[in-house]
Design a protein around this ligand. Structure first.
Ligand code: CDP
Ligand code: MG
Length: 181
């Protein structure tokens, strides 16, 4: 789809129990920045039942589907579009295994190993493929045009011509300026 030198986009969600916990939230945001992700969009939102059912449609017949939707709609989440080389796998590696007890035992230093509370309240979401990332971004950022972003903005993010805004937790394009990290 895009050349291997292009940045890859992924959708990250910091689930409701993380947004309620300033310590966990700060730690996970630090992990994002320390691992050189660029934050393309940030949205804090109480996910609607309609959005959650679209988002988790593949799990509709699973035993955990109802508890998952109830949890995801229980309070605001932070939803980020992240850009990086190999963003999808890198973010999933940082998150660790889906199941929290597996994460705690086999990957205790991952995000889920550290901040997960249960198999449902496992701290974060990350897209599992480029197709999933596109589908998921379209659900939560309806006005975000991926093709247009690659055509008009990717090069600024890829060459570091962006400036990080800590307050809104987003990188903004900073054209014709000195080096911004
Ligand atoms: O999030 P991930 O892609 O790692 O896992 P998934 O298999 O796509 O499951 C989606 C979400 O369902 C998980 O992140 C958990 O929040 C939830 N889940 C659950 O509540 N109970 C399980 N046994 C497995 C997953
Ligand atoms: Mg999944």
């Amino acid at each position: 789809m895009h050349s291997s030198k292009s940045l890859e986009l992924t959708l990250a969600i910091l689930k409701p129990h993380i947004v309620k916990s300033p310590f966990a939230l700060k730690n996970i945001h630090n992990i994002i920045i320390q691992n050189e992700f660029k934050v393309v969009r940030t949205r804090k939102s109480l996910i609607t039942h309609e959005e959650a059912s679209k988002f988790y449609a593949e799990h509709i017949n699973k035993f955990f589907y109802n508890r998952l939707l109830t949890f995801m709609c229980s309070g605001p989440s932070l939803i980020h579009i992240l850009a990086r080389h190999n963003a999808i796998n890198t973010w999933r590696q940082l998150m660790g295994p889906t199941k929290v007890y597996v994460a705690q035992l086999s990957a205790p230093n991952t995000i889920r190993g550290t901040f997960g509370l249960s198999d449902t309240r496992n701290a974060t979401h990350g897209s599992d493929s480029q197709d999933s990332a596109e589908r998921e971004i379209a659900i939560f950022f309806k006005d975000f045009d991926i093709k247009k972003w690659y055509a008009d903005e990717e090069m600024y993010f890829n060459t570091g011509q962006v400036k990080f805004d800590f307050v809104s937790f987003v990188h903004n394009i900073a054209k014709n300026t000195d080096i911004y990290k």
